[in-house]
Design a binder for this molecule. Structure first.
Ligand SMILES: [Fe+2]
Length: 343
């Protein structure tokens, strides 16, 4: 086994402000009938990587260095340009699951950050979406763009669907002033998990805006193009301050956000629950979080124990500072869990 290097965070990750919504709340604004009816399909399919992935690498990936965040986070890559990830048929299958009766009855949330969300559909209610985000092929593509091997952060993070619809039938073409003003659709924030993949599952014809604005430590801004239907953007959102800009024009804007954490238990995991506590069933959220964090700890302890046994067999001297540093890192890992598992 390769030597174990557990990153001790040198820099503290950004503090995060979550929505003021503290417990799971159902939206009062109902989704329009045309949206639900329009998502119906004749035949549900199983996810097939050969048929449902259409991937092309992004034309450009901005690095953390380029946005003055060198050394922060878990990868040198910061954010990608939009790139194709799913076929139109895959998006149709996902939309059919999102607007199915079971999902609409159990998975709708609202918060001060987003008025209409669908979250945590799970494997039973949305097998296609669940299998897509867990497929080795999709994970390989997302990881390639991220520059580090990733897995979905939690089951309930597959996925969050942000829905905004224009219910009137009037002319939705933006005025020039509106485009100039670039109204923000979300407040400035950091995400709760290291990486996100934002997939656009709306037809963006006639849409203007909808980009992501990044704020660098120097205060400088950078605008990244919003994804078009079936395309995705991968971003290290836990470490980059960002906001979504409102999209104008078009009847609906529906994006699917999937959160990721590092696959390796030996890479630091600074995931927190601040941003998702108010839009989750707490018992599911805490169970999934506790389970994977304990699995990480289990892997780290196994590896450390093996290393210690081998040291003794090889007759090398006991390295007190090294063992102490390892223990401190694990103590901080547990302290971080105590911080998250609040009543
Ligand atoms: Fe975000």
């Amino acid at each position: 086994m390769a030597p174990i290097a557990i990153d001790t965070p040198i820099r503290l990750p950004p503090k995060i402000v979550g929505p003021t919504t503290k417990t799971a709340t159902r939206p009062t604004k109902q989704l329009p009938r045309w949206l639900i009816d329009g998502a119906k399909i004749e035949q549900q399919e199983s996810f097939d990587p050969k048929k449902h992935i259409y991937y092309e690498p992004p034309r450009r990936i901005y690095t953390m260095k380029e946005i003055n965040l060198d050394g922060h986070g878990i990868s040198p890559n910061a954010v990608s340009e939009p790139f194709p990830l799913f076929t139109t048929e895959a998006v149709r299958q996902m939309r059919a699951e999102i607007f199915s009766p079971g999902v609409l009855a159990h998975c709708q949330y609202t918060s001060t950050f987003s008025q209409n969300m669908i979250r945590g559909m799970g494997a039973a209610r949305a097998p296609f979406t669940y299998d897509a985000w867990n497929s080795a092929e999709v994970l390989a593509k997302v990881s390639e763009v991220a520059g580090v091997d990733l897995v979905p952060a939690l089951d309930v993070e597959i996925a969050t669907i942000n829905i905004s619809v224009h219910t009137d039938t009037g002319d939705r073409r933006p005025t020039e002033d509106q485009v100039e003003d670039e109204i923000s659709s979300t407040a400035w924030h950091y995400d709760s998990f290291p990486f996100v993949c934002v997939t656009m599952i709306s037809d963006c014809q006639g849409m203007i805006g909808g980009e992501t604005m990044l704020r660098m430590p120097t205060g400088e801004m950078m605008k990244v193009r919003g994804p078009a239907m079936g395309t995705a953007v991968v971003m290290q959102g836990r470490y980059i301050e960002h906001q979504g800009l409102t999209a104008l024009g078009g009847r609906e804007r529906i994006s699917m956000v999937t959160a990721f954490r590092p696959k390796s238990p030996f890479i630091k995991d600074e995931s927190i629950l601040t941003g998702v506590r108010g839009i989750s069933m707490l018992s599911d959220l805490y169970h999934q979080y506790t389970q994977y964090r304990l699995e990480i700890l289990e892997e780290r302890i196994r590896a450390r124990l093996k290393q210690e046994r081998q040291r003794e067999l090889a007759n090398r001297p006991f390295d007190t500072p090294d063992v102490r540093n390892w223990l401190i890192a694990q103590k901080e890992f547990i302290d971080a869990m105590l911080e998250e598992l609040s009543e």
